[in-house]
Design a protein around this ligand. Structure first.
Ligand code: ADP
Length: 249
């Protein structure tokens, strides 16, 4: 993170025309893959993320099994074509880190103790990346887990706030992420206010941290509404199909 280019104009707007507390547009669709137990597709600004969930199914290899609860295994992957920079295919330290923190966030809400020895496998494929993919991945993964019918207390909603040109802003874009001063991605259980993911890159004062955290939490509550809406429309469509079928008989 460096601060050598101007990211906020004289009009107070950011490079893409957003206000400080404005999210990029977000679209979420649940149940997009037939072969997965649950799935979701999410567009968040220029980010495009596809998530497939399998399970609960017997954990393999067997030594991974926990006799008391299911394990949650997340594989985050950036497609080789997801960025204009070259993305080296295959696992790397960053992907391993994002997979781990996403699994830990989801373990907080999934009722894993109902499925001893099982595994819940979550595959996050980033098709296009434009900063904020861990938040996009976790948000979509929560919808896909719910779509799989896996019992969970609540969904996790995720969003980042950060600092650019000395100002706290919501949901950093790629240039803001590259040339800003701080990035604070969080995962929130909107209904309880519990934070299940918090990372920070860069520097913030205590007051700035509080402001950024509050901004990201507010945004997570809004995103939670979009996640619920995605599930509602998926199942509303299915119910409508069933009604049609029954009507025809
Ligand atoms: P996040 O995507 O959660 O913001 P980072 O802060 O690590 O995670 O990355 C910011 C952005 O930088 C990514 O969204 C992506 O656009 C780009 N990026 C990260 N890693 C790579 C990579 N290996 N190759 C190309 N672009 C990358």
């Amino acid at each position: 993170m460096t601060d050598n280019i101007k990211l906020i104009g004289k009009d107070g707007l950011r490079l893409d025309g957003r206000k400080a507390d404005e999210l990029r547009p977000i679209k979420i669709q649940a149940g997009v893959l037939d072969n997965a137990d649950g799935s979701a597709y999410l567009e968040w600004g220029n980010n495009k993320v596809l998530v497939a969930v399998y399970g609960p199914r017997e954990a393999q290899p067997k030594y991974l099994q926990n006799p008391a609860k299911a394990i949650v295994q997340v594989t985050y992957n950036m497609a080789a074509f997801s960025s204009d920079e070259r993305v080296r295919p295959g696992p790397n330290r960053r992907a391993t880190e994002i997979s781990k923190i996403t699994a830990e966030a989801l373990e907080n809400v999934i009722l894993t103790n109902q499925f001893p020895r099982a595994s819940i496998d979550v595959y996050i494929e980033v098709i296009e990346a434009d900063a904020g993919t861990r938040c996009a991945g976790l948000t979509a993964a929560s919808v896909a887990v719910a779509d799989a019918g896996i019992p969970m207390m609540n969904m996790v909603s995720s969003c980042a706030a950060g600092k650019i040109d000395g100002q706290i802003v919501l949901d950093l874009g790629k240039k803001e992420d590259n040339f800003g001063q701080a990035d604070l991605p969080i995962g929130l259980v909107a209904r309880t206010g519990e934070i299940v993911l918090l990372q920070m890159d860069g520097h913030l004062t205590q007051d700035e941290f509080k402001t950024a955290l509050k901004m990201a939490m507010e945004a997570c509550k809004h995103i939670h509404g979009l996640q619920q809406e995605a599930l509602r429309s998926r199942y509303a469509v299915n119910f409508a199909d069933m009604d049609d079928g029954e009507a025809e008989q």
